[in-house]
Design a protein around this ligand. Sequence first.
Ligand SMILES: Cc1cc2nc3c(=O)[nH]c(=O)nc-3n(C[C@H](O)[C@H](O)[C@H](O)COP(=O)(O)OP(=O)(O)OC[C@H]3O[C@@H](n4cnc5c(N)ncnc54)[C@H](O)[C@@H]3O)c2cc1C
Length: 189
Amino acid sequence: MIENNQATGVIYEKDAVEHTVKAHHEVLLSGGAFGSPKVLMLSVIGPAAHLQSHGIEVIVHAPDVGGNLQDHLDVAFDYEVNTTDVIGIGMAALPKSIRQWRKDGMLCYIRNKSDTIYHPIGTCRMGSDDKSVVDLEPNVRGVSRLRVIDAFIMPTLISANTNAPTIMIAEKLADLIKANHGHVEPEIT
Ligand SMILES: Cc1cc2nc3c(=O)[nH]c(=O)nc-3n(C[C@H](O)[C@H](O)[C@H](O)COP(=O)(O)OP(=O)(O)OC[C@H]3O[C@@H](n4cnc5c(N)ncnc54)[C@H](O)[C@@H]3O)c2cc1C
């Protein structure tokens, strides 16, 4: 629920019944790579042209909502070998033209066979620039009382698994929020 550019609560449906949760202080969104930008866009926060193309009224033009998706590449090689001359091992001993041919072949294989896997991030990018989706706290720009807290505020992908850094993001923000507000019970109607 966005009223006068303020997040005032959440409307959700369970067992075909609509519920409203009013927020005393703020709303925290943790919907994941595709869930968080989708909820933002349905709450009329997103790239103006994209929202308008779906007939959605725009309250906050946030151009990078849903963009900047990054993920790790995954590619599997299957080899049957009976020497140590596997790709990489023994390459230095080969003539330059053969090395190049093998390298080109390997790159072609990776381009055709790789896919992305398990670690999407970036669709609600944190940054200090105006185009970023959330600021450094991470409040959604253009709306008050609304934060995104999940893996998708990472602006660039780390070269490791993403679960532990996501927990770190959540712990850090939980500390910040508790310091600001203490513990409060939601009001569910
Ligand atoms: C198959 C798989 C294996 C993985 N293995 C590893 C691993 O071994 N190690 C590692 O470090 N990382 C791993 N990861 C990555 C890790 O799971 C993610 O980085 C992490 O879960 C991100 O947490 P998150 O809270 O940002 O998002 P998520 O865990 O995706 O949580 C988002 C939640 O929001 C919910 N949601 C979305 N939209 C709505 C909506 N409209 N209403 C209500 N709820 C909604 C979703 O159902 C989901 O429960 C793996 C990921 C996958 C997919």
